[in-house]
Design a protein around this ligand. Structure first.
Ligand code: ME8
Length: 515
């Protein structure tokens, strides 16, 4: 039987600078969802990449005195390297300057033109270079500094040019029908409401080509024009699955199961993108999810870390899985959140070092000492034993449902709820006291604890992959028994050899308190 496929994407970042914490956040969250689905037995494709055209790239390159291609080459590498540093399990990493992407963008353009949805006209309007978007006059405001700003708070300028247009207005009713018939198309709900009211307010046709510069994908048949960067940017998602070759090996991944993007670009993904796809006769993605923004509110951190918005520095300072765990557990996915030194340290020490790390360390050290470093042999299970073992199984269901709607924080809450309960269980059973009074029962308690840690370790893999792997290693769980089916179908084999327990989650110690 062929496995169910799952195709997930991040936004493709503009490499006109270095990656920042917002980029890292999106990659980490999307990676966790991709990994979750892989462990859940699906055939996953996870795509990320860089969005290298557009006037923003051109302007930055000019400022630096290099060509836009040089800028793209230099910085795209930083983004890809950041992905690797974050342990992102990309299956493909696309650059929009690649040949395959030109071919795909020109093909979708041609389809939209053949459908009668593209016409030539003149464009004049308020344009934001930073957003790469034209805005309607009523969406802009002239502020006290005598500069006009768009709805995202970026400056806009008046621009006039010959341009091709896409008949977006023709898709208004169809889009509204899509949002109401398929309410899960846009998540979270706040984003959907925002998009619905935008579309209801009336859609104008969209200017989709530029003649004032040539850094972009040439318009087929009229090379004086390059495509508006968002036309080619959105197309990346189908380029990677082989478009225009719908017989390509990877085409079966399309439609995407979910596009994970930031809330500022929800309009492009849930209004323009479906309209382009309909026009070209291509199926729509199943869901677009707009996550929130991450802000830095911690003054202390800037002192201790230096450049806090640099994800590399954060990883070096706090540890990768500490950062991944913090971002995914602390910020409800879909809402804005803050990061601060105190909050990262608190999560690291309370949840990872104390709750999970200490439980593993204490129970496994007892096993090493009292059970000849072998998996203990359990006797008959009590109600308490069964309850904690069952909770670890039930957490999978809760986590699966949560990840299915991108509620990553809820998935982690369920998993770490098991850890908290396992600590209560361990403390309540007092295996160190049983050692003298009832050694057989001690073995049962240690077995149950170790088995719960195995289940937790399996569930933690999507979120903190490196540490979860180490945790499963010290339980000698075979590499091929780490999928979610193994939660129920396998278990620790009594009598099996265990390696010496290693501490996995170090406590964060303030520099001024360190020895
Ligand atoms: O928008 N917190 O690129 P980009 C969380 N090229 N997420 C953030 C963030 C923050 N502080 N800042 C940015 C683009 N992001 C386009 C995308 S997709 C076909 C084209 C998110 O480099 C942002 O919302 O400005 C977006 O999803 C991603 O980072 C890349 O942003």
């Amino acid at each position: 039987m062929s496995r169910e496929k799952f195709y997930i994407t991040t936004a493709i970042a503009y490499p006109n600078g270095s990656p920042h914490i917002g980029h890292a956040y999106e990659v980490i969250a999307t990676d966790a969802i991709a990994r979750f689905n892989r462990h859940d037995g699906k055939d996953v494709m996870f795509l990320s990449g860089t969005d290298e055209h557009g006037i923003k790239m051109l302007q930055t390159a000019r400022k630096e005195g290099i060509s836009p291609r040089e800028l793209a080459d230099r910085n795209a590498k930083l983004f890809r390297d950041m992905g690797h540093l974050l342990n992102a399990s990309f299956d493909d990493y696309i650059r929009t300057t690649e040949e395959r992407h030109y071919k795909s963008s020109q093909a979708i353009w041609q389809k939209m033109a053949d459908a009668g949805d593209i016409y030539k006209g003149g464009y004049a309007g308020w344009y934001s270079v930073r957003d790469e978007a034209y805005y309607q006059e009523e969406e802009t405001e002239l502020r006290a500094d005598n500069v006009r700003y768009g709805p995202q708070g970026t400056p806009v300028e008046w621009l006039e040019e010959e341009s091709y247009f896409f008949r977006l207005s023709a898709y208004q009713d169809r889009l509204l029908a899509l949002y109401s018939e398929n309410p899960s198309f846009i998540g979270p709900d706040e984003r959907r409401n925002e998009v619905v009211s935008f579309v209801k307010s009336g859609l104008k046709d969209l200017s989709i080509s530029r003649t004032t510069f040539d850094w972009g994908v040439p318009v087929p048949g009229d090379e004086k024009h390059v495509m508006y960067v968002w036309v080619d940017a959105l197309t990346n998602y189908i380029t990677a699955t082989g478009y225009p070759d719908e017989n390509a090996d990877l085409w079966h991944y399309w439609p995407a199961d979910v596009h994970i993007i930031g809330k500022d670009i929800i309009r492009f993904h849930s209004v323009y993108w479906p309209a382009f796809l309909w026009s070209a006769g291509i199926e729509l993605p199943k869901r677009v999810f707009g996550h929130g923004f991450v802000f830095n509110r911690g003054e202390k951190m800037s002192k201790s870390v230096g450049n806090v918005i640099d994800p590399t520095a954060l990883v070096e300072h706090y540890g990768l899985d500490q950062l991944r765990y913090f971002l995914l557990r602390e910020i409800p996915f879909g809402q804005d959140g803050n990061y601060s030194h105190e909050a990262i340290v608190n999560r690291t020490n309370a949840d990872l070092a104390n709750d999970l790390g200490n439980l593993a360390q204490r129970s496994l050290s007892m096993i090493a000492k009292n059970c000849e470093a072998k998996v203990p042999k359990p006797g008959e299970l009590t109600e308490a034993d069964k309850a904690i073992l069952d909770q670890a199984i039930a957490a999978l269901d809760t986590a699966r449902k949560a990840v299915g709607v991108q509620a990553l924080h809820q998935a982690l809450a369920a998993i770490f709820g098991v850890v908290a309960e396992a600590n209560r269980y361990f403390a309540g059973q007092e295996p160190w006291a049983l050692k003298k009074t009832d050694p057989a029962r001690m073995e049962t308690v240690l077995y149950v604890t170790a088995e719960v840690i195995r289940r937790v370790g399996i569930l933690c893999q999507p979120f903190i992959p490196g540490s979860a792997e180490k945790l499963l290693d010290i339980l000698a769980v075979p590499a091929h028994e780490r999928n979610f089916t193994d939660l129920v179908e396998s278990q620790l084999v009594p009598g099996g050899d265990l390696p010496a327990p290693q501490p996995i989650f170090p406590r964060y110690v303030e520099a001024d308190k360190a020895e």
